[in-house]
Ligand binder design. Structure first.
Ligand code: SF4
Ligand code: SF4
Length: 343
């Protein structure tokens, strides 16, 4: 048997194992389907407090020193305790910092859940075996915009293009890899070019999109900070972006990993259907930071303006809650896309 057949055999074994664990969870917790979206099914765990980049919009920007991390074995014990406290959860999102900063810990941690998504900046190789895990590389626009926002941390490494490194990571990944882009005022005009470029130049399986979510600042007339004022899409711009996403969906089909129904939920007219007080995340997703402190009401923590939110997660959980099989299958399919090297 060749090495590639062995690797594929292992992937198949992981799928069967994950499907069995998933089925067992659902059988033991029928409330996943019967509680009307009041049961947690997903975790969001910050596995790393540190990162090898310093992006302009990040809390790490301008910081030199590494933050303290929970030691590996203790972290894994905390994940196991977390699972016992929330036995209906069958899927975990792994965030940071940069999750691959702690790659070998991450490789062990994903085995604790039947299925996993990792959100990465794409500058650390996705290599080796990954148990039922799909990766999402965060891309902020075409090369110039992405490189302006996302910069290397260490002095002396400033020569490399973060954007090109992300493409290289995508094309050499050993696990299914996709792109997540948060659309804002600065990058909205680049989205069709961005999708076209990555469709043609890389082996990623497709794109998910969020819209920029501002923090709520009651003391300012606009209700948001000066940075958010430059990034937030006002209702008319938001409508135009929704139109662009529908067009991209028509053009690229399932390379846009959202249904038309999900995209509609982003439009200003429908915005409060899945956001604000109707956001399903506080009930369906349990989020913890790198010190295992619970974040509320969602992964973004307190202080966000829920009525102006554009995160993709509420569109997914809303559709799941309402039995949208198309959206469920589209997202479930991310685990089954075999990695295709393109180098
Ligand atoms: S890649 Fe993510 S965690 Fe790292 S600096 Fe950028 S936004 Fe922050
Ligand atoms: S900020 Fe969080 S809780 Fe609020 S609407 Fe957005 S995803 Fe939901």
């Amino acid at each position: 048997m060749s090495i590639s057949e062995l690797v594929d055999g292992r992937r198949l074994g992981n799928y069967v194992n994950g499907a069995g664990r998933l089925a067992a969870t659902i059988i033991q917790h029928p409330e996943i389907f019967t509680s009307g979206g009041k049961t947690p099914i997903t975790a969001s765990i910050d596995i790393a407090a540190n990162c090898n980049l310093r992006c302009k919009h990040c809390f790490l920007y301008g910081k030199e020193h590494e933050l303290a991390e929970v030691e590996d074995e203790r972290f894994l014990d905390q994940v196991k305790n977390f699972k016992q406290e929330h036995p209906s959860i069958f899927h975990s999102n792994w965030l940071g910092g940069e999750p691959l900063w702690r790659k070998e810990l991450l490789r062990k941690a994903v085995r604790l859940f039947p299925i996993n998504w990792v959100v990465t900046n794409g500058t650390i190789p996705i290599d080796g075996e990954w148990y039922n895990t799909a990766f999402f590389i965060s891309i902020d626009g075409t090369r110039k915009i992405h490189n302006q926002i996302r910069q290397p941390w260490k002095a002396g490494s400033s020569q490399y293009s973060v954007y090109d490194r992300a493409k290289h990571t995508a094309n050499s990944a050993s696990a299914p890899t996709f792109v997540h882009t948060t659309i804002n005022q600065l990058n909205a005009h680049t989205i069709p070019d961005l999708v076209n470029e990555w469709k043609n130049d890389t082996t990623v399986g497709g794109f998910q999109f969020s819209l920029h979510t501002p923090q709520k600042i009651r003391t300012r007339e606009s209700g948001m900070s000066p940075i958010d004022e430059r990034l937030f899409l006002q209702p008319e711009e938001r409508s135009q972006v929704v139109g662009v996403l529908h067009d991209l969906k028509d053009q690229y089909g399932n390379f846009v990993l959202m249904t038309h129904g999900q995209i509609d939920l982003l439009s200003p007219d429908a915005q409060l259907v899945a956001y604000g007080k109707n956001c399903p995340l506080p009930d369906m997703v349990v989020s913890v930071d790198s010190q295992f402190q619970q974040k509320s009401p969602c992964v973004m923590g307190p202080g966000m303006d829920c009525n102006k939110c554009g995160c993709i997660a509420p569109t997914m959980t809303h559709q799941w809650k309402n039995g949208d099989v198309g959206s469920f299958l589209l997202n479930a399919g991310t685990f089954f896309k075999p990695p295709q090297r393109n180098e």
